[in-house]
Design a protein around this ligand. Structure first.
Ligand code: FMN
Length: 377
């Protein structure tokens, strides 16, 4: 991974007094809104049907409060972890996002580079440009994973796994919550179809996908396998039976099955089922440092960031992605310190307590200072 200079928050400069253009995470969202047309904007903020699953992601996070410990010397706090045999500056992966080229001319290459410069991981979507080889060339030292939508036969899958290994991806991910593409009603109401969806082929393979493909990959290839879209203990158990190394708890940011549970409501049953036999990623609504701390305290090993990645990219390209991660890190370090912890190793479920959410969940509810004009469909 690129060992970029650590742009730690400068403790000698009072927050708000530096000349950095982005000092709060919501500032990326405001800038992204200004830069994007309505279709690109809807692609980020939208979810499936009533968008209930998406709101539950935020609700589930907001229903957790902290139990801080005090007088524990937190003069030095470190947010780094060791995963995939290397040091990561935060336990964060920029989640796979399709069509990133809508937000930045270099698409996924900018995100991989921005994540690598910071020291977080990037998962490349199989439906994002400039594709597997070019992203690897653009960010050779970044911790990179490849995520596949299976839209071909076994030979197609094996070809992509082999190319991922050849191009030094550290993990291979199958997204399994997209057997049927959901109703994205913001698009339908505008009678709009994204260009890349018009070109998509192989949907029947995606519908017919089953555990045989997992077995095929596990039997023939050594690359760590990540299954993205696990939402029950039953499926986590089947994944374990197949020797899957990483279970990715996700409801696709509420963009697939409507009326699912919030990811943080699902996580505890997965942690209980897995019992340390696999590592766990989780995503869905995570956009503050406190969110990341809650996930790791609950037993996750890595947290995925979806929409916030898109906003940062649309606001300021590769540099925006890196800056967004710096701000997340700043929030994480302050949160850990205020919990009485000097690292992620010192937190667990005892830091958490059930609570009543104080606000109405929405895709923006983590950012109360943000005011976005509503759009009528
Ligand atoms: C614009 C957009 C495109 C996405 N494309 C993909 C994709 O190609 N593959 C995939 O597995 N997940 C995809 N996702 C889901 C994300 O990987 C992730 O699960 C989700 O965004 C997490 O929720 P969050 O956006 O609330 O952080 C996409 C999400 C967004 C917002």
């Amino acid at each position: 991974m690129n060992e970029a200079p650590r742009i730690r928050p400068n403790r000698n400069v009072e927050l708000g007094a530096s000349d950095e253009p982005f000092q709060n995470l919501h500032e990326f969202i405001r800038k992204a809104r200004a830069n994007l047309n309505q279709n690109a904007w809807d692609y980020i903020v939208g979810a499936a049907e009533t968008e209930t699953t998406m709101r539950r992601n935020r609700m589930a996070l907001d229903e957790i409060a902290f139990r801080p410990r005090v007088l524990r010397d937190v003069s030095k706090v470190d947010g780094s972890v060791e995963l995939f045999g290397r040091k990561m500056r935060l336990p964060v992966v920029l989640a796979p996002v399709g069509a990133l080229e809508i937000f930045d001319p270099h698409g996924a290459a900018s995100v991989a580079r921005g994540a690598g410069a910071f020291g977080a991981a990037h998962m490349l979507s199989s439906v994002s440009d400039p594709g597997l080889e070019k992203v690897a060339q653009a960010a050779p030292d970044a911790l990179r994973f490849y995520q596949l939508y299976v839209r071909g036969d076994d030979a197609f899958v094996e070809d992509v796994v082999s190319r991922s290994i050849k191009n030094s991806y550290a993990g291979f991910c199958l997204t399994v919550d997209t057997a049927h593409y959901s109703r994205r009603e913001r698009d339908i109401a505008k009678r709009y179809v994204r260009e890349s969806r018009l070109r998509a082929t192989g949907g029947d393979y995606q519908k017919g996908l089953n555990w045989k493909t997992v077995k095929l990959i596990k039997d023939k290839y050594k690359i760590p396998l990540i299954i993205k879209g696990i939402a029950t203990a039953e499926d986590a158990q089947i994944a374990l039976d197949h020797g899957v190394e990483w279970i990715y708890v996700s409801n696709h940011g509420g963009r697939q099955l409507d009326h699912g549970r919030g990811a943080m409501h699902v996580l505890p049953e997965i942690v209980d089922a897995v019992k340390g036999r696999a590592k766990i990623m989780v995503d869905g609504g995570f956009c503050r440092g406190t969110d990341i701390v809650k996930a790791i305290a609950s037993g996750a090993d890595m947290v995925g960031i979806g929409r916030l990645q898109c906003w940062a990219l649309a606001a300021a390209g590769e540099a925006g992605v890196t800056r967004m991660l710096e701000l997340l890190e700043d929030e994480v370090l302050r949160c850990l310190g205020l919990l009485g912890a000097t690292s992620f190793a010192e937190i667990d479920k005892s830091c958490l307590h059930p609570a009543t959410a104080t606000n109405v969940p929405s895709v923006f509810s983590a950012f109360p200072l943000l005011d976005i004009e509503p759009y009528r469909y």
